[in-house]
Design a protein around this ligand. Structure first.
Ligand SMILES: Nc1ncnc2c1ncn2[C@@H]1O[C@H](COP(=O)(O)OP(=O)(O)O)[C@@H](O)[C@H]1O
Ligand SMILES: [Mg+2]
Length: 300
């Protein structure tokens, strides 16, 4: 084990988790939305999925960890006073920086113009973890919207989540970059469910053909099963929703893409993957385990 990893281990192990010991035994389901390539529709998907799950009666927090780009707040037209950088710099609690978004979802901003490598150093991630463990008890779902690509920050959030939703378009580079994420997760030993959503497709056939390419590559080269969560067609409604900073699930609840999001939300809350799953360990604990196991560093 290298010296850096051993220091990290000490630091993580030394984290005082006692603050959290009196919290009730109820834990949120963590869903991480990610992609290999950027601009494939992650943030739009994450925001509308959050609202859909909220409409089903669950408490939902959407957390933007695409540091530096304030995507979630822009797409929801939400004004934000504090961001995760205030947790890091001023010691604010995640609960304090959380704001109300549309339809009763809660939003945690990743901040604007920040450098991820500076923000997410090892000590800072430890502090966010301790805070995150508390947040897990006041919500049913935490939806994490990540940056694109394989960075250690993204991988750490995915590794700590119950399920991952990997978004790809039919573009071959998007599929290939998605496969790279799957490969990295396989190497890391990710045990959570891997859901695939194909986005900006021109037909159902194209959606399935896109999934099939990823499925075959994953099965043949990684020996890893994938789940097809669903697809969204190319739709101007999405672009309009972006311009209006108002989620399409609310502006166009009966549109085909909104219905498809609702079906995906139902799949994600189904009893098999329900939040009250026994033996489920918290997000923060899983991330700590990850550091312990891998001697993981957070340096890219
Ligand atoms: N189903 C879709 N149909 C048409 N355009 C879409 C669709 N999904 C996303 N987009 C467009 O793609 C762009 C990137 O979306 P965004 O959610 O910000 O992607 P990411 O978070 O992956 O970078 C936006 O301009 C959005 O309007
Ligand atoms: Mg985004």
């Amino acid at each position: 084990m290298n010296d850096q990893a051993s220091k990290l281990r000490k630091m993580i192990n030394g984290a005082n988790m006692d603050d959290n010991k009196n919290l009730p035994n109820r834990k949120a389901k963590i869903l991480t939305v990610t992609s290999g390539k950027g601009g494939v529709g992650k943030t739009n998907f994450a925001v509308n999925l959050a609202i859909s799950i909220r409409r089903l009666g669950y408490r939902v927090i959407i957390m933007d960890v695409d540091f530096g780009l304030a995507n979630v707040e822009i797409l929801t037209g939400t004004s934000v006073k504090y961001t995760i950088s205030d947790c890091i710099v001023s010691g604010k609690k995640l609960e304090e920086i959380m704001v109300d978004g549309p339809y009763g979802i809660k939003l945690i901003s990743g901040g604007l113009g920040l450098n991820e490598k500076i923000i997410m150093n090892r000590e800072n991630i430890r502090n966010i973890l301790r805070e995150m463990e508390k947040v897990e008890y006041i919500t049913d779902f935490i939806i994490i919207d990540t940056a694109a690509g394989v960075s250690n920050t993204v991988l750490n959030f995915i590794m700590a989540s119950d399920e991952t939703i990997l978004i790809t378009t039919p573009d071959p580079t998007s599929i290939m970059d998605g496969y790279t994420i799957l490969k990295a997760l396989t190497i890391y030993g990710y045990k959570g469910k891997l859901n695939i959503v194909t986005n900006i497709v021109n037909s159902r056939k194209e959606a399935y053909a896109t999934y099939d390419k990823l499925y075959r590559a994953s099965k043949n080269f990684l020996n890893r099963e994938l789940e097809f969560l669903g697809y969204l067609e190319r739709s101007d409604i999405v672009n309009k929703a972006v311009l209006n900073q108002y989620p399409f699930l609310l502006s166009n609840p009966n549109a085909s893409i909104s219905k498809k999001i609702n079906i995906m939300a139902l799949k994600l809350i189904e009893p098999g993957g329900h939040i009250k799953e026994r033996g489920k360990i918290s997000f923060a604990k899983r991330l700590l385990d990850l550091f312990n196991k891998k001697g993981g560093s957070n340096d890219d």
